[in-house]
Design a protein around this ligand. Structure first.
Ligand code: WT7
Length: 676
C-alpha cells in the first residue's frame, strides 16, 4: 500500500462543481450534511416517505447491535416501488430498460411492458411452487430478463440469490445449496466475446453434484436455435422452457405486501475464509437508501439515460441497475457483453447510440481504456454524457483524471463512490452539485452516514476524527501520517442484516474488531479537509478488477489440484486489475519435485486453469511460482506481507519473526529470474 499512499499524498488537484452543474443539481446546498448529522434517522425517514408503503411503520429504527431493523411494522413491495407505482403515476410509456446484447440486438422495455414481463415471470415462479420466503437462484447473462427475474421474485416475496454468470458450476453448486434455493432460473447461454457461455450446461453440472432443494429449472432461450454450443441435458419434469412457461403466463400478478424487514435478497461475497458469505438485504431500509443515493449521487433526472456497466451478479448491479434507478423511474441501459467486442470502442458506441448521460463504471475498466488509447473514445460522440461514476476499488488519480478529461471532456463531474456488498448502497461519495472533488478520493460520507477512522497504534482503537464536512473545522491541520482503519459508527438503512445461516460469523467478521462500530475491512486516510482516501482491503480479501476474492478461496482451489501440496496466495499490485493474483505453490513430493522449463510452464498453466474451473475465470492466478518452502512465522502462519513484497519487487520488510529467513531470499531469487 505504501506506493499508493505516497501517490495520494502528493495529489492536491481540486475540481469544484461548475456553476452550471450546481444550478441544476438535485442537491446543491451543503447544509444537507449538517441537517442529516443533526437527525440522521429523520433524514432517512424523509426519504422512506417518498416510497409507496401499503402500511406505515410504527418505529423508525430498532437498534440492538449488531442487528438493525428499519421502518419497523411498515409494509411495502420493492417491485411495486420499482415498477407498478410508476405505471400508476402515468409513466407507463417511459422506457425503463434498454437491453443491448453483445451481437448488437437492442430491445427497449417501457415501465408498462416491464410490469407485464415481471408479472408473467412471477406467475411462472408461483406455478413452479415458489412461495413467499423461498429462495430463487438466478444464473443468467446480462440481459433484461435478469432484472425482470429479480423483480419477479421481489413481487411474490421470494428472495433472489443472483450468481454471476462467470462463476463455475462448483461455485454455483455451493451457492444454490447454501441458500437452499427451490428454483434455478438460467438461460441456454449468454454471449461473451462472440462465444456462447453455456449457462444451462454449467447449471446442469452444479445440479448433478446434488442440490436437493431444487425442484425446477427455468431456462430462458437467449441463444436459441441456429448456434452450435453445448446446451446441457434436458431433464423432463425439472426443466422448463421460458417460451412455454413465462410467455404463456398471465400478466396479472399482485405485489405481495412485505414487511419492511423481510428478506429481499441474498448475495454471496468472499470473506477471508474459503466459504463465501451470503449477505442478506431486506426491503424497506435497503430500498430507501438505494433510492436516495441514486437521486443525489448520480443527480438523476427524468430525461437521463443511465448506464451502469456492472453485471447483476454483483451488488452494483442489484443496487444501481435494478433497485436504485428503477425506484427512481430511470431509463437504464443493460449491456450483455465485453467492452472489446466487436472492437475496443464498444462502450463508446453504446453511449453514442443510446445517448447515455450518466455512466457508472469501474477503475479496472477505465485503466483498460487508457491502455487501449484515446482513438477509441475519440471515434464516438460522447457529448450526451453529463456525469461519470466510479466504483469497486480505489481509483488512482491518473485514471480519475483521464476519465474526467478524455471521457468527460472536462465537463462532467466524477463521483468516486465507496461502498460494499455489505453496505448495500453508496456510503462515501461526492455529491456532484456540492463537493469539490480530488482525484483518488471518494471524499465524504453521504449525508446521514457516520464514518470515522480509527488508528491502529499498539492495538488501541482510537478515533482519529469525525470526517463529515460538518466536522471540517475540527479536523487536525494535518491528516494522520499513516492510513487508519475505516469504521462506521451508526446503523444505516441498507446495511446487511447478517450472513445467511451464520449470524455468529456476521458478528465476528464485522462487529468484533471495534467495540461500537461496523468494520468494513478497508484501510483509509483522512486529509485536512476531512476527505477519505480509501486504500483497499486490510484483510485477506483481494480486489481483482473490483471484485472480492479471498486468498483462502484460491488457496483451497490450488491445493485441490493433485500435484499441489501447499499454496499461498496474495493480491499484488496490477496495472489494469488493481490487484492481480499471485500464487506460490509447493508441489507434492513425487509429482514433479522441481519442474523447470517447458514442464513448469505447462504445469503452471494447468494449475491456473484448475482454479478457473473451480471458482470461475475471475479467480485465475495471474502468476504462479513453484517454490520449495513458504515464508512462515514461528507459529506457522504464512507471511503474506513478505510474499507481496517479493511479488511487487520491493525491498524486503522485517524478517525477524520468520522461522527461516533464507526462504525469502530463495523466493526472491526465483521470482526475479522468472520475471526476466
Ligand atoms: C470493497 C467492496 C461496491 C460495489 C462493488 C464492490 C472496495 C469499492 C471503492 C472505492 C476504494 C472501493 C473496498 C470495499 N471499494 N468501492 N470507490 N474506493 N475502494 O463490492 O465486492 O463488496 O467490494 O471494494 O475495498 O471494501 P464488493
Amino acid at each position: 500500500m505504501s506506493s499508493t499512499l505516497s501517490t495520494l499524498l502528493v495529489e492536491n488537484r481540486r475540481y469544484e462543481p461548475s456553476a452550471e452543474f450546481r444550478s441544476q443539481a438535485n442537491v446543491s446546498d451543503a447544509r444537507v450534511y449538517g441537517e442529516a448529522l443533526g437527525d440522521p434517522i429523520g433524514f432517512w425517514e424523509a426519504w422512506a416517505k417518498q416510497l409507496d408503503w401499503f402500511e406505515p411503520w410504527t418505529t423508525q429504527l430498532e437498534w440492538k447491535k449488531p442487528f438493525a431493523r428499519w421502518f419497523v411494522g411498515g409494509r411495502l413491495n420493492a417491485c411495486h416501488n420499482c415498477v407498478d407505482r410508476h405505471v400508476a403515476n402515468g409513466l407507463g410509456s417511459k422506457v425503463a430498460l434498454i437491453g443491448e446484447g453483445e451481437p448488437g440486438d437492442v430491445r427497449a422495455f417501457t415501465y408498462a411492458h416491464v410490469k407485464d414481463e415481471v408479472s408473467k415471470i412471477a406467475n411462472a415462479l408461483k406455478a413452479m411452487g415458489v412461495k413467499k420466503g423461498d429462495r430463487v437462484c438466478i444464473y443468467m447473462p446480462m440481459i433484461p430478463e435478469l432484472p425482470f427475474t429479480m423483480l419477479a421474485c421481489a413481487r411474490i416475496g421470494a428472495a433472489h440469490s443472483v450468481v454471476f454468470g462467470g462463476f463455475s458450476s462448483e461455485s454455483l453448486y455451493e451457492r444454490i445449496n447454501d441458500a437452499g434455493a427451490k428454483v434455478v432460473v438460467t438461460a441456454d447461454g449468454g454471449w461473451r466475446r462472440g462465444n456462447v457461455v453455456p449457462l444451462k450446461k454449467i447449471a446442469d453440472e452444479a445440479l448433478a453434484s446434488g442440490c436437493p432443494t431444487v425442484t425446477k429449472v427455468l431456462v430462458y432461450e437467449r441463444i436459441g436455435e441456429g448456434a452450435e454450443f453445448d446446451r446441457g441435458n434436458w431433464t423432463e419434469g425439472r426443466d422448463l422452457r421460458w417460451s412455454e412457461t413465462v410467455d404463456t403466463a398471465s400478466t396479472d400478478c399482485p405485489c405481495e405486501p412485505m414487511d419492511s424487514e423481510d428478506l429481499l435478497y441474498i448475495l454471496y461475497t468472499s470473506g477471508s475464509t474459503g466459504k463465501p458469505k451470503g449477505i442478506m438485504h431486506t426491503t424497506g431500509g435497503y430500498l430507501t437508501q438505494v433510492y436516495a443515493t441514486t437521486q443525489w449521487v448520480f443527480d438523476l433526472k427524468p430525461d437521463d439515460v443511465y448506464w451502469c456497466t456492472a453485471d447483476c451478479g454483483w451488488v452494483t448491479g442489484h443496487s444501481y441497475i435494478v433497485y436504485g434507478p428503477m425506484a427512481n423511474a430511470a431509463t437504464a441501459v443493460v449491456y450483455e457483453g465485453t467492452p472489446d467486442t466487436p472492437d475496443k470502442d464498444r462502450f463508446w458506441r453504446v453511449i453514442e447510440k443510446h445517448k447515455v448521460s450518466i455512466l457508472y463504471t469501474a477503475p479496472t475498466a477505465i485503466r483498460t481504456f487508457m491502455k487501449w488509447g484515446e482513438e477509441y473514445p475519440e471515434r464516438c460522440d460522447l457529448s450526451s454524457l453529463r456525469l461519470l461514476g466510479s466504483v469497486g476499488e480505489p481509483i488512482n488519480p491518473e485514471a480519475w483524471v483521464w476519465y474526467q478529461e478524455t471521457i468527460g471532456k472536462g465537463r462532467c463531474p466524477v463521483v468516486d463512490t465507496w461502498w460494499q456488498t455489505e453496505t448495500g448502497a453508496i456510503m462515501i461519495t461526492p455529491l456532484p452539485g456540492i463537493t469539490a472533488t480530488k482525484p483518488g478520493s471518494a471524499t465524504q460520507p453521504f449525508p446521514g452516514i457516520k464514518a470515522v477512522v480509527f488508528d491502529e497504534s499498539g492495538g488501541d482503537v482510537t478515533p482519529v476524527q469525525g470526517a463529515l464536512g460538518f466536522y471540517r473545522e475540527h479536523a487536525p491541520a494535518q491528516g494522520p501520517e499513516r492510513g487508519g482503519i475505516l469504521a462506521i459508527t451508526d446503523p444505516w438503512p441498507s446495511m446487511l442484516r447478517g450472513i445467511w445461516g451464520d449470524q455468529e460469523r456476521y458478528q465476528n467478521v464485522y462487529w468484533s474488531r471495534f467495540d461500537d462500530a461496523y468494520f468494513p475491512g478497508d484501510g483509509t486516510k483522512v486529509d485536512e479537509d476531512g476527505y477519505f482516501w480509501l486504500l483497499g482491503r486490510i484483510d485477506d480479501v483481494m480486489l481483482v478488477s473490483g471484485h472480492n476474492i479471498s486468498t483462502m478461496e484460491v488457496e483451497s482451489a490450488l491445493v485441490d489440484h493433485p500435484a499441489v501440496a501447499e499454496a499461498a496466495v496474495i493480491g499484488r499490485a496490477h496495472e489494469i486489475k488493481g490487484q492481480g493474483i499471485s500464487a506460490f505453490v509447493i508441489l507434492r513430493a513425487g509429482s514433479a519435485p522441481s519442474p523447470s522449463g517447458e514442464e513448469a510452464v505447462r504445469l503452471a498453466a494447468e494449475i491456473k486453469e484448475h482454479v478457473a474451473k473451480k471458482i470461475g475465470a475471475i479467480a485465475r492466478p495471474d502468476d504462479l511460482f513453484f517454490c520449495a518452502e513458504l515464508p512462515k512465522t514461528r507459529s506457522g502462519k504464512i507471511m503474506r506481507r513478505l510474499l507481496r513484497d517479493v511479488a511487487e519487487g520491493r525491498a524486503l520488510g522485517d524478517t525477524t519473526t520468520l522461522a527461516d529467513p533464507s526462504v525469502v531470499a530463495a523466493l526472491k531469487e526465483k521470482y526475479e529470474s522468472s520475471e526476466s
